[in-house]
Write a protein that binds this ligand. Structure first.
Ligand SMILES: Nc1ncnc2c1ncn2[C@@H]1O[C@H](COP(=O)(O)OP(=O)(O)O)[C@@H](O)[C@H]1O
Ligand SMILES: [Mg+2]
Length: 358
């Protein structure tokens, strides 16, 4: 991703017009973030060390964030990926200055909450996990209201066009669909022309088309060289959007890197999943001896092989099944995903609605 442009530079930013499929432009003027407040590229947008957050509860404290160390670079799209309850929202809300940590150190754009709050608020765009708007304000009124919170920013009408809501300009917020409301929430985060955009689960619960629209808005913002911190429990979203991800589980980072590197760390790039007739047993050593097999995960009845070359491994597997006189019930192949990385590290699925193969 391109480094952020120099500080205090006035520039024209190009937004794709999601409705018309054309570009609209707006003039943005904004200081660009570095840890020292200067303009050098390759610096950090967010740094936290030994970050912890414990919530009190009747049954003892909930350790939502448990000693998190992260460095998020200026100009990257960084994903916090993890299952529900992993501590993503708590972490991002500490970065946003909405929650105070129990312990640890946080710097955002070279500034600290409690000392530089006004400066930071002017430079950040925030879309919360859940946004409730005043139902009887129009889309444009909401955007004008949010624009009024910033000393500098973009034209509300331009931002509205950039998220594909121009047609809904005078519609009450209460009449918008879930996807349109979410695009409005992201537009409110963009209207101050932020250096650093925080998006907490921006596509959860949205239909596939609305998800793609949000992805396009995020990509357009990333193309400006700005920094994005996004939380998600959708591995495909993280793979598509993020330059780097931290996989978070139980308040700790369990893996960090580009989606590609994390997937490569699994050994092979493909997964072959197969199941045989009930009662059939395959020897682990026989599977391990098959050509191109890098890893084996056997569930109840289902086996997953991580392989480097499926076209080599599959014929050898079929020949093995034939020698053992085993009936094949199912065989599928797919690319290794971040879900596999998470499962490999934790033995669990990322999403509650994914169940282990029976
Ligand atoms: N205000 C709160 N009081 C008590 N526990 C909380 C509070 N907010 C979050 N938690 C708990 O902290 C943990 C992390 O939550 P959260 O940061 O929302 O995770 P995520 O966004 O990854 O789903 C969960 O166990 C959650 O139930
Ligand atoms: Mg959350």
């Amino acid at each position: 991703m391109c480094p952020a442009p120099a500080r205090k530079m006035h520039r024209r930013v190009q937004w794709p017009d999601a409705e018309a499929g054309t570009a609209v432009s707006a003039t943005g003027a904004r200081a660009t973030g570095t840890m020292d407040g200067g303009g050098a590229a390759g610096t950090l947008a967010v740094r936290c060390t030994a970050l912890t957050k414990h919530y009190p509860s009747k049954s003892g404290p909930v350790h939502a964030v448990n000693g998190l160390d992260l460095e998020i670079r200026t100009g990257e799209c960084f994903g916090l990926l993890g299952p529900n309850g992993a501590g993503k929202t708590t972490t991002i809300e500490i970065f946003e200055g909405l929650l105070a940590p129990t312990a640890g150190d946080v710097e955002v754009l070279g500034r600290r909450w409690g000392r530089h709050d006004d400066d930071l608020r002017q430079r950040l765009g925030i879309s919360l996990q859940e946004t409730r708007f005043q139902e009887k304000l129009s889309v444009l009124e909401v955007l004008r209201l949010f624009r009024s919170f910033y000393r500098r920013g973009l034209e509300p009408a331009d931002v509205m066009a950039s998220v594909g809501l121009s047609e809904k300009s005078s519609a009450w917020v209460g009449r918008l669909s879930g996807g349109q409301r979410q695009r409005l929430a992201v537009a409110c985060a963009l209207v101050g022309d932020p250096e650093l955009l925080f998006l907490d689960e921006p596509t959860t619960g949205l239909d596939p088309q609305s998800r793609r629209q949000i992805w396009e808005i995020v990509r357009a913002f990333a193309r400006l060289g700005r920094t994005i911190v996004i939380t998600t429990h959708y591995m495909d979203e993280a793979e598509r959007l993020c330059d780097r991800v931290a996989i978070v589980d139980r308040g700790r980072v369990i893996a960090l890197g580009s989606p590609k590197d994390l997937i490569t760390s699994m050994g092979g790039a493909h997964v072959i999943e197969f199941s045989c007739a009930p009662g059939a047993a395959l020897n682990h050593d026989d599977l391990a001896a098959l050509p191109a097999v890098q890893g084996i995960a056997a569930g109840a009845g289902d086996t997953a092989l991580t392989v480097s070359e499926p076209h080599v491994a599959i014929p050898a597997l079929l020949a093995l099944l034939q020698r053992r006189r085993l009936d094949l019930l199912r065989l599928t192949t797919r690319h290794v995903s971040l879900e596999d990385v998470f499962m490999h590290l934790t033995g669990r699925h990322l999403r509650d609605d994914d169940v282990s193969p029976a």
